[in-house]
Design a binder for this molecule. Structure first.
Ligand SMILES: Cc1cc2nc3c(=O)[nH]c(=O)nc-3n(C[C@H](O)[C@H](O)[C@H](O)COP(=O)(O)OP(=O)(O)OC[C@H]3O[C@@H](n4cnc5c(N)ncnc54)[C@H](O)[C@@H]3O)c2cc1C
Length: 432
């Protein structure tokens, strides 16, 4: 049941804007740290309306968007960050258990599959790197991976058993909402924040005076103009099949039901759902001119058709299976692929944005860092350093399309072209 909109003016110690995972964890953590603080959580639609209710449900302990990206950007800190990330995922697991949230959390790891010869050739080195950093990883040849999950497109795989798993994101969001309410958080849905300034949050139906404000609006146009250049919204598309028959599941095998991703830049992610369906998403990330986040873009036939074609190419034994659900969600892409946490000059209006498609577990950690910033405590440098901003339009559109084309070219050829090498030199993401 949704909570009523804000009606009239009120006061709080902390206002959190946006009730996705980041806003929910921020509100919960604030109450856990200081139970007497008045916390108001404002959401323009309903809890989990954004990426939180639409994602693939992969959980990862990585705070660096993978070890390779972490080594490229923060070589001296990478093992420390890996330890913090493990602690965060364990904390998430414990919170879910203690609060009895039925989120179907399964820490079964994942399988990274190679579907082109150059992806397969890169697996041994990546497996070695992961093992050196403490991951439990097994290198599989084509027969080995097909004995586990059967697709004729698989040329090899890494079965990574540590550090990740899957969950039901909508169930987690509902559980966090209930927990927040039990802790005394005042949640108002259908309440869109139109502007913020130190001490004041303005909505159409009332204003909140507050000592501290936490912005958790992800890929949506931020109420704080200064933040808009740090994130570009990219639509990511998802399909869900009808429930498969027992015979269809037998044709796939997949005994551990772990999530699978392929190793390209433009990758698919997929996993069995608890009710016998397959969730199949990714690949075709679309940016619209002017950072548009118009909800009308959420049903893009061309992207969903492309995904459906890739599904049948991957699992020809499932030809004819129907897709019963399709949607798109917004990824808040940051130029360095990890969130940007910080505050305005007054130190009282904070933000955590830019998860770049890896926020299901990460949001819990970023929420803690956001509260640290607002409480005047030290938050990790790698989150608080400003990322390279995206240029204004029309350059932004040109740069995003050029990068997208370069990533697709690398997927086809296995060669990192001049544009991506240039971005690498400036420490701008895209090498995970
Ligand atoms: C299709 C898809 C698949 C993904 N798959 C994965 C995955 O498998 N694993 C993973 O780790 N990550 C994944 N992600 C990313 C992950 O879902 C996000 O990083 C995470 O949910 C971010 O949570 P958030 O709370 O920051 O943002 P959101 O969930 O987007 O929440 C932001 C909220 O702010 C609200 N809001 C916006 N503006 C205002 C305003 N002015 N006033 C009030 N409220 C406002 C929105 O309505 C929204 O509810 C995926 C994302 C997408 C889109």
């Amino acid at each position: 049941m949704t909570r009523p909109p804000l009606a009239g003016d009120t006061q709080a110690d902390l206002v959190v804007v946006g009730a996705g995972f980041t806003g929910l964890w921020t509100a919960i953590s604030a109450k856990r740290r200081h139970p007497s603080r008045e916390v108001v959580l404002l959401e323009s639609h309903y809890v989990g309306h954004g990426a939180t209710g639409r994602n693939g449900g992969f959980v990862s302990d990585s705070l660096t968007h993978g070890h390779a990206h972490g080594l490229a950007l923060w070589p001296d800190q990478v093992d420390g960050l890996a330890a913090l990330g493990r602690e965060n995922l364990e904390g998430l697991r414990d919170d879910v258990a203690e609060q009895a949230i039925a989120a179907d959390l399964r820490l079964t790891g994942k399988t990274l599959v190679a579907t082109t010869p150059h992806q397969a050739a890169a697996l041994p080195a990546l497996g070695k790197l992961l093992a050196e950093h403490g991951e439990h990883v097994e290198l599989l040849d084509a027969d080995g991976v097909r004995a586990d999950v059967d697709s004729p497109t698989y040329l090899g795989a890494l079965r990574i058993r540590s550090g990740s798993g899957t969950l039901d994101p909508a169930a987690l969001a509902a559980g966090l909402r209930d927990w927040a309410i039990r802790l005394g958080v005042r949640l108002h849905e259908q309440t869109s924040v139109s502007s913020v300034r130190p001490g004041l949050v303005v909505t159409a139906s009332g204003r909140v005076r507050a000592d501290r404000i936490a912005l958790a609006t992800n890929a949506y146009r931020s109420p704080a103009r200064r933040l808009r250049k740090y994130v570009v919204p990219v639509y990511d598309h998802v399909l869900v099949t009808e429930p498969l028959t027992d015979a269809q599941w037998e044709s796939l095998r997949w005994p551990e039901r772990q999530g699978v991703t392929d190793a390209g830049n433009q990758f698919h992610y997929y996993r069995p759902l608890a009710d016998g369906r397959i969730l199949w998403g990714g690949y075709d990330a679309i940016y619209y001119f002017g950072s548009s986040t118009d909800a009308a873009r959420e049903q893009r036939d061309a992207s969903h058709r492309l995904l459906a074609r890739h599904f049948v190419e991957t699992f020809p034994q499932l030809a004819g299976v129907r897709f019963t659900h399709r949607w798109a969600g917004l990824i808040d892409t940051s130029s360095r692929f990890v969130p940007y946490v910080g505050a305005d000059r007054s130190g009282t209006v904070g933000h955590a944005i830019g998860f770049t498609g890896l926020g299901v577990a990460y949001s819990r950690f970023a929420a803690g860092a956001l509260l640290d910033v607002l409480d005047g405590l030290t938050a990790p440098d790698f989150l608080t350093e400003r990322p390279t901003p995206f240029p204004p339009e029309p350059l932004r559109y040109v740069a995003v399309q050029a990068t997208r084309a370069a990533l697709a070219r690398e997927d086809r050829t296995g060669q990192r072209g001049p544009w991506l090498r240039l971005l690498d030199r400036f420490g701008v993401g895209f090498n995970s």
